[in-house]
Design a protein around this ligand. Structure first.
Ligand code: AMP
Length: 118
């Protein structure tokens, strides 16, 4: 069971933003932006590569709802999912990072020199 499944079951607390039958949104414990929300399906999928595409429609609508709730639909936001080892995924339960509340730079995401990626 992943740490996020323990959050879904209530075994571990979270700072909840929004919830419905299938999805949960809560504040990231280690925020990388003024607003940093994690959005997960309650059913455990390892990552984006392994998700059942059928749940992505509901996930998309739920993410729109979270963005609206936080006023990010107007100001803008960044949506990220880290997939697998090279993607930097630490928690093996599909999650989207919703980042906003400031004009986000792009470069802070890169800890390698892209010139080496030929
Ligand atoms: P990732 O590297 O994409 O797997 O991201 C995992 C994210 O989960 C990180 O941003 C962590 O700060 C966050 N995280 C880990 N444990 C918790 C928790 N108990 N509550 C909220 N966020 C968490």
């Amino acid at each position: 069971m992943t740490i996020f499944s323990k959050i879904v079951s209530g075994e571990i607390p979270c700072n909840k933003v929004l919830e419905n039958e299938d999805f949960l949104a809560f504040h990231d414990i280690n925020p990388k932006a003024p607003i940093h929300i994690l959005i997960i399906p309650k059913v455990e999928y390892k990552n984006f590569q392994e998700v059942d595409p059928k749940i992505m429609m509901g996930m998309t609508l739920f993410i729109h709802e979270v963005a609206k709730l936080l006023g990010l639909d107007e100001s803008g936001y960044r949506l990220i999912t880290n997939n697998g080892e090279d993607g930097g995924q630490e928690v093996l339960h599909l999650h989207f990072h919703l980042l906003g509340g400031a004009k986000l730079s792009w470069s802070h995401l890169s800890d390698s020199d892209s010139k080496n990626f030929i």
